[in-house]
Every structure is written in structure tokens, then in C-alpha cells.
Design a protein around this ligand. Structure first.
Ligand code: CP
Length: 338
């Protein structure tokens, strides 16, 4: 096990290769234990994991809670609509309250980008021992999703062993609404750290040209990128051309809840140009893997046929891999850092 130096996890922008390896190795060990019949271990007995989800979630919230239970932590959940938020309590005061109850880790999802930095800063100033684990903040970051996506791809390409170097020079095509996607941003940090080259494909309204400079834009909150050399990012507007080059595809959902203006002439016209279906996929001669972070909108960004029948559609693998990856994150924050 490498040295783990993060008290909080806000993003993958400051993850080193050793950080990724620590997460993957632990996740693999938890996975092996589960496959050998040991689903629950006492690793985090006596600790408290609190999930503060201010935005809806099926996968992330439930798999973090399951991950915590599998590590024997106590789990506390929070429902915004029946909480004191309705009486005017702020998000930061809500976090302070749960920290005062003894939360060892607050797993936070919120619609505001960078809010986890603000919460962590406030708690640290109060000398709180609570760790913050970002479960998705606005457009900014969804680190556990980025980690489970790359873990899924590494396992696919290295035939269930753990050789992240298999991603070097692989062309990963990310299709769709990149601009509103914290998942895509986390994928960019994670995949390029291991030398993968990214093709972003979609209309200009969803993938502005600024993504060419993604790694040159200074990261907020003094985050430093420890990776010396990253894979490339290119932008394409042609799905057909991009598919022919891809070694793997990540399809994104149109995130209408984050669009402040009408960015598409219609959903139908978007699907005509960018929905991934079997006919388009057949332009690629290999049986390449397809990922989607979920939730999926069938027939809009991906066809039902691919989701249900394509053997290398890895959506359910992503969900399953989310549990050991989140167990690893909860464990590392608790055991390697207090
Ligand atoms: N991928 C993802 O974040 O899904 P949920 O919104 O269901 O958590």
C-alpha cells in the first residue's frame, strides 16, 4: 500500500499514479473477498459514514451506503426535504451539524460546483476530523464515478487483472453532453493520467472548443496536478468518424437539468446525429466496450438494443465495480489519514 495523503477527496485533478493504484489494489482485494464469499468485513467498525445527498441519486448514494455497510461502518442518511434545510439551515451548517454528531466521512452530492471545498475549509477551520468525499458537485467533479469507470476499463482490457498500463495510447471516445458532465471531467483526469487519448464527440453547444485546453485551465483551490505526462484530448463533431478510431466508448446522458438555455434544436435531432446504436457501432471492426455512467435515456443517447444485447456493454459492470471502489475510498480516508 502506498502512502495516502488526502484528508478529503474533491476531484481527481490532484490524484497521483500511486493514489490510483492504492484505490484499485484495495478495490480488487475487497472484490476478491466478496467473490470468496466474504461480503462483510469489520474494517470500519465503530466509524460513522453520513451521506448528504442534496441532489437525486440511485447508484452513487446506494453504493456508498452499501460500501460503508460492507466495511461494518455505521451509516447515517439525510433526506433534504424532511431536514432543517426547510427551516432555513444552510448546507454548511448542515455539514457542521453532522460532523458534530461524529461523522467520520461526509459523502456529499450537491448541484453547486466546488461546494465540497467550501465545506471542507469550514470544517478544517473548526479542527474537525471529518473527511469530505465528493459524490458529485455541479459540473465540476464526480471522482468515485471516474475511478469506477477507469477500473472497469482496466479490468476489461487486462482480462480481469489489474494492469492500468493497458490504457496507454488507447483511444477512448466520450460521446455527448461533456460540458454539463462532472463524470466526463473526472474521466478526463483519470484516463489521461494513464496515457489514454480522448476523443470528445458531440455538437459545439455541448462540447465547446475550450475543452482542447482542459488541462491548461488553472484548477481552483490551489489543486496541483501531479501527473507529468497526460494523454491527449481531441474534439470531433462526427460520430461515425470517431467510432472507427475508438478502442472504447463512454456515452453520456443529456443533462437537461443543468442546461441554462436551449442548446439543441430538438432531442430528436440530437439523437439522429449522436445516438449510439448497433448500426453505428458496426463501423468499428472490434468488439469494443461501451460504458455509460447512468441513468440512461434509452433511444436518446444509446439504443435499447445495445444496452440489452451487446455483450461488451459494461453498464452493469460499472455499477457492480462502484461498490469495491467506494469501499476503497471510505477505507483509505479512514485508515490512512487520521
Ligand atoms: N452515475 C451516477 O452518478 O448515477 P446516480 O445519479 O444514480 O448516482
Amino acid at each position: 500500500m502506498q502512502i495516502w495523503s488526502h484528508k478529503h477527496i474533491h476531484s481527481l485533478a490532484n490524484f497521483s499514479i500511486e493514489d490510483y493504484q492504492s484505490v484499485f489494489e484495495l478495490a480488487n482485494r475487497f472484490d476478491a473477498l466478496k467473490n470468496a464469499g466474504t461480503k462483510k468485513i469489520p474494517a470500519l467498525q465503530g466509524t460513522l459514514v453520513t451521506s448528504l445527498f442534496f441532489e437525486p441519486s440511485t447508484r452513487t448514494k446506494n453504493s456508498f451506503e452499501l460500501a460503508a455497510k460492507r466495511l461494518s461502518a455505521d451509516v447515517q442518511t439525510f433526506a433534504p426535504s424532511s431536514s432543517s434545510l426547510t427551516k432555513g439551515e444552510t448546507i454548511i451548517d448542515t455539514a457542521i451539524t453532522y460532523s458534530a454528531m461524529g461523522a467520520d466521512t461526509l459523502v456529499i452530492r450537491h448541484a453547486s460546483s466546488y461546494i465540497t471545498f467550501e465545506i471542507a475549509k469550514k470544517l478544517d477551520a473548526l479542527n474537525s476530523k471529518t473527511s469530505i468525499l465528493n459524490a458529485g458537485d455541479g459540473l465540476h467533479s464526480h471522482p468515485s464515478q471516474g475511478l469506477l469507470d477507469i477500473y472497469t476499463l482496466i479490468k476489461f482490457f487486462s482480462k480481469n487483472s489489474l494492469r492500468p498500463e493497458v490504457l496507454n495510447s488507447k483511444k477512448i471516445l466520450i460521446i455527448g453532453d461533456v460540458n454539463h458532465s462532472r463524470v466526463a471531467r473526472s474521466n478526463l483526469w483519470a484516463l489521461t493520467a494513464f496515457g489514454a487519448d480522448i476523443i470528445l464527440c458531440g455538437p459545439k453547444t455541448l462540447i465547446p472548443d475550450e475543452f482542447n485546453n482542459f488541462f491548461k485551465t488553472p484548477a481552483p483551490n490551489q489543486i496541483k496536478d501531479p501527473i507529468k505526462s497526460r494523454g491527449s484530448i481531441t474534439i470531433s463533431r462526427s460520430l461515425e468518424e470517431s467510432i472507427t478510431k475508438a478502442d472504447a466508448i463512454i456515452v453520456l446522458r443529456l443533462q437537461k437539468e443543468r442546461m441554462k438555455e436551449n442548446l439543441l434544436s430538438s432531442i430528436n435531432s440530437y439523437s439522429l446525429d449522436y445516438c449510439l446504436n448497433a448500426e453505428r457501432l458496426s463501423l468499428n471492426s472490434k468488439e469494443i466496450p461501451i460504458l455509460h455512467p447512468g441513468p440512461i435515456n434509452r433511444g436518446i443517447e444509446i439504443s435499447s438494443e445495445l444496452v440489452d444485447e451487446y455483450p461488451n456493454c459494461l453498464i452493469n459492470n460499472q455499477v457492480a465495480n462502484g461498490i469495491p471502489i467506494r469501499m476503497a475510498l471510505l477505507y483509505l480516508l479512514q485508515k490512512h489519514n487520521k
